[in-house]
Design a protein around this ligand. Structure first.
Ligand SMILES: Nc1ncnc2c1ncn2[C@@H]1O[C@H](COP(=O)(O)OP(=O)(O)OP(=O)(O)O)[C@@H](O)[C@H]1O
Length: 139
């Protein structure tokens, strides 16, 4: 298993130029290299596929409607211990409970509009970047 790579996505609520650039700065300052980057918009059905694991949960429709409501920035990131480092950098799911200085604390509003997604395992990271990138789009 390669522990140098992870997947991250800036969600539609944070897709404003100031916020995007601040989040990118936080990611770069944490020592990540950007190996793939793409701005796209998910259809409702693509968002449902991406969050398939949450099918049936109370928030599933809210989450997938929000995720298909505007542009997202998908990224493949590299640094040692990539998944753990990125999860630490984004903070807890609910911005109100996220640690000071984390991306969700600074830029998220609530549990749905929480600014960023980051993969929670190396297996999921690969599944998630394959959803957005072909091999030749990762440098
Ligand atoms: N109770 C909830 N109410 C509303 N939205 C929720 C709730 N729990 C999770 N979500 C949404 O679903 C996403 C995925 O949930 P998960 O439990 O995987 O959290 P996470 O791993 O911190 O977030 P992500 O997968 O986006 O990085 C969350 O980021 C959030 O946007």
């Amino acid at each position: 298993m390669n522990t140098r790579f992870t997947f991250c996505m800036i969600k539609p609520d944070a897709f404003k130029s100031d916020t995007v650039s601040d989040i990118l700065l936080d990611i770069l300052k944490a020592g990540f290299k950007i190996r793939g980057i793409k701005i796209t918009m998910l259809t409702k059905s693509k968002a449902e596929q991406f969050y398939d694991i949450h099918q049936g949960k109370e928030f599933f429709d809210r989450l997938t409607t929000f995720m298909s409501s505007g542009p997202v920035m998908a990224m493949v990131l590299e640094r040692p211990d990539a998944v753990e480092s990125m999860r630490k950098l984004i903070g807890k799911t609910d911005p109100a409970q996220a640690e000071e200085g984390t991306i969700r604390k600074k830029f998220g509003s609530d549990t749905t509009h929480n600014a960023v997604h980051a993969a929670d395992s190396y297996e999921n990271a690969e599944r998630e970047w394959s959803f957005f990138f072909s091999k030749r789009e990762i440098y």
